[in-house]
Design a protein around this ligand. Structure first.
Ligand SMILES: [Zn+2]
Length: 195
């Protein structure tokens, strides 16, 4: 099995969640502490979302990042859920060329955070989920900076808008590009304030 324990794996990735669960790249479930914790269903559902995304809409993102941007993706060793900072929706914990994708399952859980994201930007929950996962996939391609990550998403969603044939697809990507633009601008402003 690829992960001995989530604890040791997470320790290698320099994040120490109090609770968490990960489905590793061999399909095995690894948990910290309590095996009945709510992070287990959180991990299983996030792993399903990520898998669905990468087998569907996400294929074009992978293609874009690889072929247009010339980036390589880290090897995803596991997908799960953990206790992350409150304002965080999801995260990728990287260690050299490996990474673990985590949703923030803390408190009310990831689904509630998706609802909040959708409400903030006036988009559907499916679009919010797609956005959040796409953001982490961009991080998985050697983009660390938040502003740069949102800018790459904005470029990608604009590219998808221009290439979409069905009007509803065009409308969806246009809206997602707008969200990315807003988030990239918000990052610029917070950097200005910080500087
Ligand atoms: Zn990020």
């Amino acid at each position: 099995m690829a992960l001995d324990t989530l604890d040791s794996k997470i320790a290698g990735h320099v994040v120490y969640p109090v609770g968490g669960a990960v489905v590793d790249d061999e399909g095995e479930l690894v948990t910290t502490g309590d095996k009945d914790s709510h992070y287990v269903p959180e991990a299983v559902s996030f792993e399903n979302y990520v898998k669905d995304y990468l087998n569907g809409e996400g294929k074009t993102l992978l293609d874009y990042l690889g072929n247009v941007k010339g980036k390589r993706m880290v090897k995803i060793k596991g997908v799960g859920s953990a206790e992350l900072e409150d304002k965080v929706y999801a995260a990728i914990i990287k260690n050299n060329d490996e990474g673990i994708l985590l949703s923030n399952g803390k408190g009310a859980g990831f689904e509630q955070r998706v609802n909040d994201f959708a409400a903030t930007y006036g988009i559907s929950e499916d679009m919010a989920k797609e956005y959040i996962i796409a953001h982490e996939i961009v991080h998985a391609h050697d983009y660390h900076d938040e502003g740069q990550t949102e800018a790459v998403l904005c470029e990608y969603f604009s590219y998808m808008t221009n290439n979409a044939k069905a009007p509803e697809q065009k409308a969806k990507y246009e809206k997602l590009a707008e969200v990315a633009y807003q988030r990239a601008e918000a990052q610029k402003n917070s950097e200005k304030k910080a500087a």
